[in-house]
Design a protein around this ligand. Structure first.
Ligand code: NAD
Length: 249
């Protein structure tokens, strides 16, 4: 029970990775504010938690984020932790940059970068005032390695890593710690290929791809007292996918 009595805000908490992070934090005693644009999925996650509450909010709207954070803190107590997990690459609309619609590019930046900055801006002043807080931002391996068709998403996620470093410098003296986690491809239970081991070996150096639980394990470590001296860092969780080229030699 590493997080008994702690209050955590999980943005994108209704999603796959955010949902598992919320569940694991709750299993270790935390009260969880599940923030998501999709109220149904946020409520489904919150319903599984002993002390969870769902909040519908579009994170691209800063005033709405401010109000939602204030409401969540009034109901569940001041935030001890923030996990920014909302986002995505708009898979079905991925296109090479030269052909991409500017509206899609703007939307990807708004959701993945500004959405996270809005949450950080809303939560950080309270943490500074209380001289206590831990934050984990979820970025992506795409920010580091790149992937064709995702220049907007890569830029947004790289912005999160950069913001994490600078914020660690600003917040450290206030006893607020902030780190970043970059997942590689995360396998959803419903998206298993016919031969999972062959698929995993094609993409990583392990016999399996990462699952949300693997991301959550690191997030919980970074929020725990074991990580009290770690700030401003970025960690990759990808089964070794980013280590080097795979193929014939
Ligand atoms: N799944 C992967 O393979 C993978 C890999 C690397 C990074 N990531 C990152 O991990 C995070 C979680 O990914 P996931 O796979 O759980 O995706 P997901 O789609 O299951 O969850 C994302 C959640 O964010 C919410 N969201 C999106 N835009 C929002 C907005 N404007 N306001 C409020 N909520 C909004 C969605 O409703 C959804 O519930 C994302 O930031 C994603 O970019 C995922």
């Amino acid at each position: 029970m590493r997080f008994k009595g702690k209050m955590v805000i999980v943005s994108g908490g209704g999603g796959y990775i955010g949902g598992v992070i919320g569940q694991q934090l709750a299993a270790e005693g935390a009260r969880v504010a599940v923030l998501d644009r999709n109220l149904d999925s946020a409520e489904k996650v919150a319903a599984m938690l002993p002390e969870g509450k769902a909040y519908a909010v579009d994170l691209t709207d800063y005033q709405a984020v401010l109000q939602t954070v204030a409401g969540a803190e009034a109901q569940l107590g001041p935030a001890d932790f923030l996990v920014t997990c909302a986002g995505g690459s708009a898979r079905r609309r991925i296109r090479r940059f030269a052909e991409q619609d500017m509206a899609v590019i703007r939307e990807i930046i708004d959701v993945n970068l500004l959405g996270a900055l809005h949450c950080l801006r809303a939560v950080i002043p309270g943490m500074i005032a209380r001289r206590a807080g831990k934050i984990v931002n979820i970025s992506s391996l795409v920010a580091i390695g790149g992937v064709e068709g995702c220049a907007d998403y890569a830029a947004a996620k790289a912005g999160i890593i950069a913001a994490t470093r600078t914020l660690a410098m600003e917040l450290g003296p206030h006893n607020v710690l902030i780190n970043c986690v970059c997942p590689g491809k995360v396998q959803r239970p419903g998206e298993m290929p016919a031969d999972p081991v062959a698929f995993a070996r094609k993409h990583s150096f392990l016999d399996r791809l990462c699952r949300a639980e693997d991301i959550a394990g690191l997030v919980l470590f970074l929020l725990s007292p074991d990580a009290d001296c770690i700030t401003g860092q970025n960690y990759i969780v990808d089964g070794g996918r980013s280590l080097g080229l795979k193929g014939d030699h």
